[in-house]
Ligand binder design. Structure first.
Ligand code: HEM
Length: 238
C-alpha cells in the first residue's frame, strides 16, 4: 500500500505547529517592523538596524526562520499535491476555505522564495541587486526604489494578503485539529475571529507596503510624522 506522507501523524502535527510558532509569530513582527515605513526612511532604517544588532541573529534566522520555513513549505506542497479538491462539485464555504488554504500555500512557496532572493540576498537580476541585510542604512531606499515598479508592488501586496489569510485560517485549523475549540458554536465564532485577524493583518501589511511609495501609506498623512531629529548633544533647550 502506498504511503501518503501528508497523512503521517507526527509530521502533520509538526507542520501545523511550525506554521503558528515560529512562522506566524515572525509574520506579526515582520509586518509591524514594515509599518515603521509609515513614519519615513530614518525610522524604518533604524528598526532594520535594531534587528541586525540582535545577539545570535544568525542562529535565530537559521533555526527560527529558515529551517521551519523550508519544512513547512515543502511539506505543505506535498499535502497540497496529495489532496483532492472538489470545490467545483461542492461549492460549500468550508470547501472553498480548504481549497484557498492550499492555493495560497503554493503561491506563498513561490513568493517567499522570490522575496528572499530579492531583499534578503539581492540576487534578482533587473531589480536592486543589493541585499538589505548589511545595508540597513539604505533599507528604505532599496525597497522604495524597487516598489516604483507597479507589478512588483502588486506581487508584494498579493504576498501580504495571501500570508494574512493563510496564517489566520491556519490558526482556525490548528485550534480545531488540536481539540482546543470543540463546540460547533465556539468554532463558528473562532472562524469569525480568525477572518477578523486576516483583515487586520492585511490592512497593516498592505498599508506598510504602500508606505514605501506614499508617505503614511493609505492612511491620512496627518496620522504620520517623520520623527523629529534629536537635538545635538550640548545644545541648549529653552
Ligand atoms: C510589503 C511587503 C514586504 C516587505 C517590504 C518585506 C521586506 C523584507 C526585507 C527588507 C527583508 C530582509 C530583512 C533583512 O535582511 O534585514 C525581508 C525578509 C524576510 N521576509 Fe519580508 N517583506 C514583505 C512581505 C513578506 C511576507 C508577506 C512574508 C511572508 C511570510 C515575508 C517573509 C520574509 C522572510 C521569511 C524573510 C527572511 C527573514 C530573515 O532573513 O531574517 N515577507 N522582508
Amino acid at each position: 500500500m502506498a504511503i501518503k506522507f501528508s497523512k503521517t501523524f507526527l509530521l502533520r502535527k509538526l507542520h501545523q505547529l511550525t506554521g503558528i510558532v515560529p512562522l506566524g509569530l515572525f509574520f506579526f513582527v515582520h509586518m509591524f517592523t514594515n509599518a515603521a515605513a509609515m513614519n519615513g526612511a530614518a525610522l524604518f532604517n533604524k528598526k532594520v538596524q535594531e534587528i541586525h544588532d540582535l545577539p545570535f541573529l544568525l542562529f535565530i534566522e537559521v533555526f527560527g526562520i529558515f529551517l521551519p520555513l523550508v519544512f513547512h513549505s515543502v511539506y505543505g506542497v506535498i499535502i497540497a499535491a496529495e489532496s483532492k479538491s472538489n470545490v467545483l462539485n461542492y461549492g460549500y464555504g468550508r470547501n472553498w476555505f480548504y481549497f484557498m488554504q492550499r492555493a495560497t500555500g503554493i503561491f506563498l512557496f513561490l513568493f517567499i522564495l522570490f522575496h528572499l532572493l530579492h531583499f534578503r540576498f539581492g540576487l534578482i537580476p533587473g531589480l536592486t541587486m543589493k541585499a538589505v541585510a548589511g545595508n540597513a542604512d539604505q533599507a528604505y531606499s532599496i525597497i522604495a526604489g524597487d516598489f516604483q515598479i507597479t507589478w512588483l508592488l502588486i506581487v508584494y501586496i498579493l504576498g501580504v494578503l495571501a500570508t494574512a489569510w493563510h496564517l489566520a485560517y491556519g490558526f482556525f485549523l490548528f485550534a480545531v485539529d488540536w481539540g482546543l475549540v470543540i463546540g460547533e458554536n465556539a468554532q463558528r465564532w473562532l472562524l469569525r475571529g480568525c477572518m477578523g485577524l486576516a483583515l487586520g493583518l492585511s490592512v497593516v501589511g498592505v498599508n506598510a507596503a504602500v508606505a514605501f511609495v506614499r508617505p503614511c501609506g493609505l492612511m491620512p498623512q496627518v496620522l504620520c510624522e517623520e520623527p523629529k531629529k534629536a537635538a545635538p548633544s550640548g545644545s541648549v533647550k529653552f
